[in-house]
Design a protein around this ligand. Structure first.
Ligand SMILES: Cc1cc2nc3c(=O)[nH]c(=O)nc-3n(C[C@H](O)[C@H](O)[C@H](O)COP(=O)(O)OP(=O)(O)OC[C@H]3O[C@@H](n4cnc5c(N)ncnc54)[C@H](O)[C@@H]3O)c2cc1C
Ligand code: FES
Ligand code: FES
Length: 1357
């Protein structure tokens, strides 16, 4: 058969317009096409691997068989553009905009404060939009499922869910929700003022909560202003696509330079193609192939898209089970199996139920909508979630080639090696038959991952058992496991030794022995977590035993039911819709309308962020002549560079140049945050994997990145390569001059006075910033006088300006750095912005052309550093009543290969290690380790969350040792008003006890302590824990000179005001707050005030936006400038008292009055001298407290956060919505730090956990079930603008309450296992650490291998 060779045009509809592209490149993803070809930048690139959802768009197609329009959300970053032929694509730009009006989904996320930096917002909007297009009034459960594939690093998710709740059943969107009094969320049919309370805007009459706000307080948003959702107003599906079949029936060929894409429509064509091109790849969802091409640099020259071949998408209910074509998507499978479950008797659909349950935890909705079952089977990943189920169920596969059809049973003979199977090269999988179960057959699936939603498994399993008819005697049993070998494996020995056994506890005993033989795992096996993985296999089997036992006991009178305490161990995970309360101040009555201070106004850019109109660096239109830069990085941790060969790259079409250290004189190639110990490009040595060596400059990003991978570097390794803190201690590798010590009192005396002492260690891992917008910059050279503009996603424009000037050899006055907004920063763009900004500047100077670079997620994670991992060694002395007498701490942080801000981070750790406690004798030492990993840097909290964590760990250990309630112990030692810290600063306006007491009261601590104890008594394998922690966080940069700020306020003749200040907007709402401050100071409405950007030519010599001091410092500078303007206008106001702002401005102009003013502020009376240990480091302190309750699964290490109560002192809030958003966002980031986010390096220094696939941050489903945030009322702060307080960093530590609640739950498990007293739990409290700390009969079978006897797969830095 001859195939057409002429390239077909690609035809699809984009936001209602028909697109016909004659020259489509089959290598393009839909995202590349939208952003680069159609100039639609609303759809964002956050990861390029389907893991963040920033690129979500809606795809629509006409389902001819069922005659209906199908809408589904997909990840544009993985969707090949060729696959949308004949379909309609809707992007965020297509549903609403600021000028014409926002879509109700956009409006709700914007007004409910669900958008901070905004980079995730378009993707979240499109996930929600697709959901309501499919189900006009969804439930909150639908919402949670829709968001499984979306991440937000800023908001903490609560406000997004709260805003969208107004579109759901629970929010009353479909009429009365009927939830009634129990939920406290709706009138429950009681009908207020002639309609449902949720619809008529009257508010909820039941309980204290409406839209998450106690009704004696202001609402953070007003749902009555929301445009109702009208499905009829949605644009129609393009009639052409509905009327004609031609686009579905076309045999398509897309010829690209490197790839040819075929889309056959008949099975014969497909088999012929595969016979002709046996190496061709079939692509359906592209969720495997897309990742391989992007990250493994694989190239597939022939691609076949099989999902227009009827046999491959056929779904048939047969006698033996349901048959699915191999190209049927996972979402379709889920729908069909669900339907079958409702139609057939329960015993028949046990495999279906297990698959449906597994699919809930399989990736996110976008992936399941695109990915097909065939792709999952054929990829043969050892951690595939479906293969263990298919194998245990003995599913039947049909394999076809041009000349042969084979039917094979799916068992362990199907996979022949790592990602290998029995398919011949010309063969394809056409269908899978998933069988029914019989009455005496039972089936279950298990999966444990780092995160419950959208995460790949650590271990998974499918288990099937058949009993001899009417008995509990095992006739057959299949146990398939993933994550235990290079392929999915079956536990054959266990199965054969169980056959003939009765189903009683004896089977657990037998299986516990034989599974160990069936599933060995070497100490150095890839993936690590050896003891945990092995324990999980036994835990899963034990659970399977209990599940089946419980079901058998209902059928067979002689089978004993499970003991009541065991029953909760087998409950399916279920989560109710999250609930929350936010309490805050209300503005005094009589506050003028123009004065926005204290009001919960939305982020000034929220609307633009929700519509995709907000511009980030890579959204800026291309400059003429612009080139793209891709970094070339070291693949060695510590090595001499012997040679660099870029010749292959330079020969590639589209490549313009290679820049490296040769392009900068050595004396100018020296940069750094505090000292200059880094280079723009490595000179002759690399000191970490990810060290920047050079950069390829090319016409476009794809070419530059491809070329960069061909640059050959030869190295000679230098020993040692120091990766971990332990390595650094061993090699005495420290930044010796930067050790930080604070001593107070006499620790030795304190130890002598103590009744008890405890010594120990704790490790706290690092944390990736995961700002959704990666590091990005554009350098725009001017053709005169060495001038250059640099657009940079940086928290520190002045530093980029200074460093660029030094590197380029020009005075600072030639460089202007502009920052409009960042898609998140969190400290990661305080100094590390230079990693991109300086290379683009060097290339732009050399080539005299604009240069752009936005790092891919994996590049960003490879080079930009993280929060510092810390190790702490301690000795504490205390009395029998719990009073601390002395504390000696030595903290080590892993600085990486340069000093950057590591000493300042350590400084804050040393200042913060008292957390909230008055300890009379302390000796705190902080040692900064020099290692061979990328330089670690600032991250929200800046050492505080580490120092405080160690302190709380000690409190926890003491309470264990003394058997004393931890709250009593903490209260006993807590600071009071007037107490002095270990650096002798007095605590004034100390609201610590108020926060603490209010928090414990809000949380009903005492009552819940008893409830938790009762639960733990009644449940053997699930335990709850409750814990509370306070916090105290000092506000100021500890480097004195940074405590200054400037502002420029310009009033134009029409009365409009352009304001600039030194702070940058990274989502934290700084610009919004500054406008609020100016509205009060100038007494004008906020719509007259505009902030365009942060630019070094408007306000010079600015400090980084960091240390939570952005509002304090810049707010005062803005106030100062506004006051000057006000003073100048005063004569005109007096002359025309009835006049308005515009009149006075006009008069002033004609009177030749200066209408622009600068403002300046420096924080008075602060500064600490470390050498002499004198002075006052902080302007004031923020205080807060949190109480958390968790439940853990002792058999798997899984946990859920049941409730969190926070009370935070933010002074008199400038904007309660923003401040509560900061508290919630900080809490969720801290929750990630202390429970989930884990960085693993190879022993050679490679970061193994790159990208959202490997590095898990909290998702929507991780927010506490009940999340109550209360802003302490009546606590004005005399030290900052309008009595407010900083808020960005201080609440982050409060998430430690969750860690200690987990530890509390583990204690309950350990006690039951006969283990009492203090034990070590490092942070984060991952599933692995929780499971292993529970220490029971299963874990005991797997003692850890002796360190040094093997090479571990990974190490913690
Ligand atoms: C963000 C993300 C999350 C994920 N989460 C999970 C998860 O939780 N659990 C899990 O198990 N997997 C997960 N995966 C992996 C992946 O989604 C699945 O394996 C998916 O089912 C692959 O289907 P696809 O259609 O996208 O495959 P494609 O990428 O289109 O193809 C994959 C491979 O299968 C071959 N192939 C496809 N169909 C056939 C056929 N009919 N005959 C012969 N060969 C064929 C292709 O040639 C290719 O080699 C995840 C992937 C991503 C990107
Ligand atoms: S960019 Fe597509 S999912 Fe992250
Ligand atoms: S607002 Fe969601 S990532 Fe910033």
């Amino acid at each position: 058969m001859l195939f057409p060779t002429k390239s077909s045009p690609l035809v699809f509809y984009l936001n209602g317009d028909k697109v016909v592209d004659e020259h489509v490149n089959p290598e393009w993803t839909l995202l590349t096409y939208l952003r680069n070809k159609r100039r639609l930048p609303g759809t964002k690139l956050g990861c390029a691997e389907g893991g963040c959802g920033a690129c979500t768009v809606m795809v629509q197609r006409f389902d001819r068989e069922n005659k209906k329009i199908v809408n589904y959300a997909v990840n544009a970053c993985l969707t090949p553009v060729c696959t949308v032929h004949g379909m309609a694509v809707v992007t965020v730009e297509g549903i609403g905009n600021v000028a014409k009006g926002l879509h109700p989904v956009q409006e709700r996320i914007a007004k409910s404060h669900g958008s901070q930096c905004g980079f995730c917002t378009p993707g979240i909007v499109m996930s929600m939009y697709t959901l309501i297009r499919n189900k006009n009034v969804p439930s909150m459960d639908d919402v949670e499922v829709a968001f499984q594939g979306n991440l937000c690093r800023c908001t903490g998710y609560r406000p997004i869910l709260e805003g969208f709740k107004t579109l759901t059943v629970e929010g009353g969107a479909g009429g009365c929700c009927g939830a009634g009094k129990q939920s406290g969320g709706c009138c429950g049919g009681q009908v207020m003022n002639g309609g449902c309370c949720m619809q008529n805007g009257a508010g909820c009459p039941n309980g204290a909560v409406e839209n998450g706000v106690a009704n004696d307080e202001v609402s953070l948003f007003d749902p009555s202003t929301f445009k109702p959702y009208d499905p009829q107003a949605e644009p129609i599906f393009p009639p052409e696509l509905q009327l004609t079949e031609k686009y579905d029936q076309q045999y398509l060929v897309f010829n690209g330079e490197r790839v040819t894409w075929y889309r056959p429509t008949k099975i014969e064509q497909l088999l012929e193609l595969k016979a002709t091109y046996p190496y061709a790849k079939l692509v359906v969802g592209n969720t495997e192939i897309g990742v391989e091409v992007k990250f493994k640099n694989l190239h597939y020259p022939v691609i076949i898209q099989p999902n227009h071949v009827p046999e491959l998408v056929d779904i048939r209910v047969e006698d033996k089970g349901v048959r699915f074509g191999a190209a049927v998507t996972l979402s379709q499978i889920e729908d069909v199996l669900r339907e079958q479950i409702t139609k057939k008797p329960a015993y028949k659909t046990r495999v279906f139920s297990a698959i449906v349950e597994m699919l809930r935890w399989f990736a996110g909705k976008q992936i399941r909508n695109a990915a097909a079952v065939g792709g999952n089977i054929i990829t043969g990943s050892p951690i595939s979630d479906l293969n263990p189920l298919f194998m245990a169920a003995h599913c039947e596969l049909v394999l076809r080639s041009k000349n042969e059809t084979r039917v094979v049973q799916m068992d362990d003979s199907f996979f022949t090696g790592y990602r290998k199977n029995i398919l011949k090269s010309e063969e394809i999988l056409t269908s899978i038959l998933i069988p029914y179960t019989k009455e005496d057959e039972y089936f279950w699936g298990f999966k444990q991952a780092k995160r419950r939603d959208d995460d790949i498994a650590i271990v998974n399993a499918g288990m099937f058992v058949r009993f001899s008819v009417g008995t509990n005697v095992i006739a057959n049993i299949n146990l398939a496991f993933g994550g235990m070998a290079p392929t999915t494996v079956m536990a054959r020995t266990t199965a054969s030794s169980l056959i003939g056994h009765q189903w009683n506890e004896g089977v657990v005993e037998v299986a516990s022995k034989t599974l160990i033989e069936d599933l060995p795992l070497a100490a150095s096996a890839p993936g690590g977590m050896i003891e945990f993985r092995r324990s999980l296999t036994l835990s899963f089997f034990f659970k399977f035993y209990m599940i089946v036992q419980e079901q058998l006991s209902k059928k067979l009178p002689y089978v004993k039911p499970l003991p009541p305490q065991y029953k909760s161990a087998i409950n399916l995970y279920h989560r109710d819709a999250p609930e929350s309360i936010q309490l805050s101040q209300i503005v005094p009555s009589g506050q003028p309308d123009y004065d926005l201070v204290g009001r919960p106004v939305a982020h000034v850019s929220a609307m633009k962020q929700a519509t995709g109109e907000a511009v980030y660096i890579d959204d800026m239109p291309k400059f003429e002549n612009e080139l793209y830069l891709a970094l070339v990085m070291s693949s060695r941790a510590h090595a001499k560079i012997l040679s660099i060969d870029a010749s292959e790259a330079l020969e590639m079409e589209g490549v313009v140049d290679f820049v490296s250290a040769k392009d900068i004189p050595n004396e100018r190639n020296s940069v750094g945050g505090v000292i200059h110990d880094e280079t723009v490009f490595a000179i002759d040595e690399v000191t970490c994997v990810g060290h920047i060596i050079g950069a390829i400059i090319a016409n476009d990003q794809a070419t530059a990145q491809r070329a960069a991978k061909t640059v050959k570097i030869s190295y000679e390794d230098i020993q040692p390569a120091i990766i971990t803190i332990q390595d650094a201690i061993k090699h005495n590798s420290f930044f010796h001059d930067w050790t930080k010590i604070i001593k107070n009192g006499d620790v030795e005396k304190g130890f002598r006075e103590a009744d008890h002492t405890l010594e120990g260690e704790m490790y706290l891992g690092g944390q990736e910033h995961f700002y959704l917008e990666t590091q990005a910059a554009i350098a725009l050279p001017k053709l005169e006088d060495g001038e250059m503009e640099i657009f940079s996603s940086t928290q520190n424009p002045s530093e980029i300006q200074l460093l660029a000037a030094e590197v380029l050899g020009v005075p600072e006055n030639r460089i202007v750095v502009r920052t409009k907004r960042m898609g998140g920063g969190f400290g990661g763009k305080e100094t590390r912005g230079m990693l991109v900004a300086l290379p683009v500047a060097v290339a732009a100077q050399k080539l005299k052309r604009p240069i752009r670079c936005m790092l891919d997620r994996d590049e960003d994670m490879a080079c930009s550093g993280t929060r510092h991992p810390f190790l702490c060694k301690y000795k504490v002395g205390f009395k029998s009543d719990g009073k601390l007498t002395a504390l000696k701490l030595t903290m080590y942080n892993n600085a990486g290969n340069s000093l950057d801000l590591s000493a300042s981070v350590m400084e804050r750790a040393v200042f913060s290690a008292d957390n909230a406690y008055n300890i009379s004798n302390v000796d705190f030492t902080g040692i900064v380790c020099r290692t061979n990993i990328p330089s670690n840097t600032a991250f929200r909290g800046f050492g505080g969350p580490q120092g405080m964590m160690f302190c709380e760990n000690i409190m926890d250990q003491i309470s264990d040792k003394l058997g004393m309630d931890s709250v009593k112990l903490r209260t006993l030692n807590m600071y009071k008003e007037g107490d002095k810290t270990h650096y002798k600063q007095s605590l004034s306006y100390c609201t610590l006890s108020r926060c603490w007491n209010e928090c414990l009261e809000n949380a009903s601590y005492e009552q819940r302590l008893a409830e938790v104890a009762a639960f733990n008594k009644e449940n053997r394998w699930r335990k709850r824990g409750l814990a509370a922690v306070p916090t105290k966080f000092g506000i100021a940069f500890t480097a004195l000179f940074l405590n200054q700020a400037g502002a420029l306020v310009i009033v134009y003749r029409d009365g409009s005001v352009l304001m600039s200040h030194g702070g940058t907007e990274m989502g934290q709402g700084l610009h919004t707050k500054m406008i609020q401050v100016a509205s009060r100071a100038l007494e004008i409405s906020a719509d007259k005030i505009h902030i365009m950007e942060t630019a070094t030519d408007k306000v010079p010599n600015t400090s980084p936006t960091a240390a939570s001091a952005g509002s304090d410092l810049n707010g005062m500078a803005v106030l100062n400038a506004c006051k000057t303007i006000k003073e100048r206008l005063e004569p005109y106001m007096k002359a025309n008292p009835k006049g308005k702002w515009d009149d006075w401005v006009n008069s002033a102009y004609f009177d030749r009055c200066n209408l622009s003013a600068t403002g300046f502020y420096k924080t008075p009376d602060i500064g600490f001298n470390f050498k002499e240990q004198t002075g006052t480091p902080f302007n004031y302190f923020c205080f807060g407290a949190a109480c958390a309750e968790v439940e853990i699964d002792c058999l798997t290490g899984d946990h859920e956060v049941r409730r969190v109560d926070i009370v935070m002192d933010v002074g008199e809030s400038l904007n309660p919505a923003i401040d509560i958003g900061q508290v919630e966002g900080a809490y969720m980031q801290g929750y990630g730090l202390y429970t989930l986010e884990e960085l693993r390096f190879s022993p050679q220094g490679f970061l193994l956990t790159k990208g959202p696939g490997m590095y898990k941050l909290p998702g929507f489903a991780d927010i506490p079930q009940k999340f109550n945030v209360s802003i302490l009322r009546g606590a004005p702060n005399p030290k900052a603008v309008f009595s407010s307080k900083a808020v960005g960093e201080p609440p982050l530590f409060l998430a430690a309450a969750t860690f200690y609640a987990i530890k509390d739950a583990i204690k309950a498990a350990r006690t039951e296992n006969g283990k009492t007293g203090p034990f070590r739990l490092d942070s984060p409290a991952t599933a692995e650490r929780i499971r292993m700390a529970c220490e029971d009969q299963f874990t005991q079978k797997f003692p850890p291998a002796t360190p040094g006897s093997f090479k571990p797969w990974s190490v913690f830095a």
